[in-house]
Design a binder for this molecule. Structure first.
Ligand code: SF4
Length: 310
């Protein structure tokens, strides 16, 4: 789909692409990034795709357009690579809802129970966990453990989805959530269905259970994009952050996509702009560092996840 960028955006875009060339950097962007940032990326994807890409990339300089825990995971997987986060305060409120001390205390109350951490967590929390999952592979990861009981954190909505899909596993939930997805209410859903009665609902499992239970399809951003492209349907209600609309419309220009609720915008993801990507490349900032002991523990849990075939 052709996009009409204004002159300033086009000039910045050219500058970023030139700097990408001269620095030998690779730019990766999450599906929730601004359209113009996704446009300059070598890879746009969900957390799992970006984690796999960074683990396999031979590049020594990565500009990570996402939030802090994502850049941290890239650094953990590629310790010799310089990983830059263009806006150092682009964090994830959900990841901040649990820290390593809280997790240690939770584990102490459930001795011997495996810990599954959503990738939306700090490296220090990952290091205290047995295995990591993303919204793409959460079911496969939990099944791979063969456990009767797990501790799942920090997203209680994704954890509830896992519990519903794998009822023979007892899932203990940490009370964390994504502020962007969790705010969607039943009233929002009813209004959207009323306005677009013939649209299919594709929902991210970070939405509340009362939302994803009514969805025609539940999946990660990539799974939602793939589902919409393959579906014969022409209209979709999209129950995840608005950034995915760029790829949905690019991949399926003949289809119509409506955001499930107007507030589905992650302010942290939107902090990164073409200007901050340009400045990151010019000034080699902001470098993400992870202490070695923490990185070793987090890498073990991430590698265990990457070995699971979804
Ligand atoms: S969309 Fe939600 S989970 Fe994703 S970075 Fe933003 S606050 Fe965190």
């Amino acid at each position: 789909m052709a996009v009409d960028w204004d002159e300033r955006t086009r000039a910045l875009r050219e500058e970023v692409l030139r700097l990408r060339e001269t620095t030998g950097a690779v730019i990766v962007a999450h599906n929730y990034q601004r359209d113009e940032v996704q446009e300059v990326a070598d890879l746009v994807g969900d957390s799992l795709a970006l984690a796999r890409f960074c683990a396999a990339s031979p590049k020594t300089l990565v500009v990570f357009c996402g939030v802090h825990f994502m850049a941290e995971s890239a650094k953990v997987m590629s310790p010799d690579t310089t990983v830059l986060l263009p806006e150092i305060d682009a964090g994830c409120p959900m990841a901040d809802m649990v820290d390593e001390d809280g997790l240690r205390a939770w584990k102490a109350g459930h001795p011997g129970v495996a810990v599954v951490a959503y990738i939306n967590s700090s490296a220090a929390v990952k290091a205290e966990s047995d295995i990591i999952c993303t919204s793409s592979n959460a079911l496969a990861v939990v099944r791979s453990l063969g456990a009767k009981e797990i501790l799942f954190l920090p997203d209680c909505n994704l954890g509830a989805y896992v519990a519903q899909q794998i009822p023979d596993v007892k899932v203990h939930l940490w009370p964390g959530f994504c502020i962007t997805h969790n705010r969607v209410s039943l009233a929002d859903l009813e209004a959207a269905k009323h306005a677009h009665p013939d649209a299919l609902l594709l929902a991210h499992p970070e939405t509340r259970p009362e939302i994803w239970r009514q969805a025609d399809f539940v999946g990660s951003t990539k799974q939602i994009i793939d589902y919409a492209a393959a579906s014969p349907a022409k209209k979709f209600l999209i129950g995840t952050e608005m950034g995915v609309l760029w790829k949905l419309r690019k991949d399926s220009p003949d289809k119509t996509f409506y955001l499930l609720a107007p507030g589905m915008v992650c302010p942290n993801m939107k902090k990164i702009t073409l200007r901050s990507v340009r400045d990151a490349l010019l000034e080699t900032k902001y470098r993400i560092e992870v202490p070695e002991a923490v990185a070793d523990g987090a890498r073990r849990a991430l590698e265990r996840m990457l070995a699971v075939r979804a």
